[in-house]
Design a protein around this ligand. Structure first.
Ligand code: EPZ
Length: 428
């Protein structure tokens, strides 16, 4: 049980083991977080039930935030019960805001429900500045008045009015925040250049199950007809395509045959295409993908893009894979400004990567060698695990609390399929 403790732990990995068997992937972190925030919009006294919920650190943070606002939130056996009948506060504490950027998802729901919200700037992180200007522009277009003073942001809106919004960039968070703002606004809202990620579709389906009237999620144009109020529902969230991709790449980098199941293969089309280009033989079935064998070869160019392009959240893991491919690969990170913090750490394992701005040049090497490395962010940590599984000797990965944000006890899954990995909890 994660219990939301931020332990300063380490993973100790002895590389070289083949993986075998199968792994089941649980619900998507990036679907769960906006859906937990959207539960605030329930105006009934009834409880919302969410299923397929991963026991990860970010879920516990969002749970604490909702409880701090007056909601009753219970998590057990990968299910959440959320009741907001006593929700009364619109003020999210600074320390909780700093804990997790996704707390910004609460702006729309709280503004819709209480007409007011106070947050502080969400922590930037090591993948870039993470501005929220697109969120603000959309909220103001719907009638919110936003004031910023010494780091605190207060937004108020006696009445939110539907309107046409053109996003300058298909921002996932801005699309979700504005969708959650429009569902109770007066009249119609159209969001152009919306993000098309599967998590947007999941949020639309959840809100419609509560009684909202949204269509177009998964395309670049979202249409939302404001309704008077929203009720409770029971909902199962989609599987985590990034965890699935991480496990597929763990199989590929160790030259293993592994079945990854409980997933929606179509959500990984761009990832499977790129892995096949890199010499990985993958078979697809209805709810699973299987890595059969791998003969890794470089890919000329890997460019991260908004969905349905190759996801930025699998760029670090794919880079780890390509460090052992024959030949030279070029990786262009077009979504975030600074998502190469894992490069130095991979090079400590004797990879051969150089960076120029948003482009990384990966020269394939024959072997990686275990070393002590540091986790800078969630997906960088996942990349280091993959490299450690393949490296000769022992790899020690520090500050693994970043990894626990998005993976439910990843070491248990990997041990189950043959990896030699242990979690060592640092004494506080
Ligand atoms: C979501 O972050 C995900 N997080 C990220 O996953 C993911 O990498 C990202 O979408 C892109 O797919 C959650 O869903 C909780 P964006 P978000 O707004 O919403 C710029 C992980 O590892 N931008 O689509 O913050 C921004 O700077 C995390 O699970 C603005 O300029 O992503 C970035 O360059 C990491 N102004 C680009 O857009 C804004 O107002 C994409 O950001 C908002 C964003």
């Amino acid at each position: 049980m994660n219990r939301g403790e931020k332990g300063m732990g380490m993973f100790v990995i002895n590389g070289g083991n083949k993986l075998h068997g199968s792994l089941f992937v649980k619900g998507a972190k990036n679907s769960m977080l906006p859906i937990m925030a959207a539960s605030v919009l329930n105006s009934s006294d009834e409880t919302i039930n969410l299923y397929n919920i991963p026991d990860i650190y970010d879920m516990h943070v969002m749970k604490k935030i909702l409880q701090s606002l007056g909601a009753e939130v219970h998590f057990e056996n990968n299910a959440l019960q959320i009741n907001v009948r006593n929700l009364k506060s619109y003020n999210i504490s600074d320390d909780l805001m700093r804990e997790m950027r996704s707390s910004i998802f609460l702006m729309g729901p709280l503004l819709s429900k209480l007409g007011k919200v106070r947050v502080t700037y969400p922590g930037g992180c090591s993948i870039g500045p993470r501005p929220i200007d697109l969120h603000f522009k959309g909220l103001e277009a719907m009638g919110a008045v936003i004031r910023e003073e010494n780091g605190a942001i207060t937004a108020s809106a006696p009445r939110l009015i539907g309107t046409e919004i053109h996003l300058d960039y298909p921002s996932v968070g801005a699309t979700e925040n504005l969708m959650m703002t429009a569902v109770l606004a007066k009249g119609k809202t159209v969001i152009h250049n919306a993000a098309k990620e599967p998590e947007i579709v999941d949020l639309q389906n959840f809100l419609n199950a509560m009684g909202a009237r949204i269509r177009g999620a998964g395309t670049e144009t979202l249409r939302i007809d404001g309704v008077k109020d929203l009720g409770d529902c029971s909902y199962k969230i989609i599987p985590d395509r990034i965890v699935a991709g991480t496990y597929l790449m763990a199989a590929a980098i160790t030259g293993s045959n592994l079945l990854v199941k409980g997933i929606i293969p179509a959500h990984l089309d761009a990832v499977v295409a790129k892995m096949r280009e890199a010499g990985v033989v993958i078979q697809a079935a209805d709810d699973s993908l299987e890595v059969i064998q791998s003969n890794l070869k470089a890919v000329e160019t890997l460019r991260t893009l908004p969905y349905p392009g190759f996801p930025t959240d699998l760029q670090p893991q794919m880079m780890a894979l390509l460090t052992l491919a024959k030949g030279d690969s070029t990786i262009i990170e077009s979504v975030f400004e600074a998502r190469f913090k894992h490069v130095d750490e991979l090079n400590r394992l004797c990879a051969n990567i150089t960076v120029d701005g948003r482009t990384a040049f990966v020269r394939g090497v024959n072997k990686l060698f275990g070393a002590e490395v540091d986790t800078t962010d969630l997906r960088a940590g996942a990349a280091l695990i993959l490299a450690g599984l393949a490296a000769e000797g022992t790899t020690v990965i520090k500050n693994i609390q970043h990894i626990d944000r998005g993976y439910e006890r990843i070491e248990n899954d990997l041990k189950k399929v043959g990896a030699d990995i242990e979690r060592v909890q640092m004494l506080k």
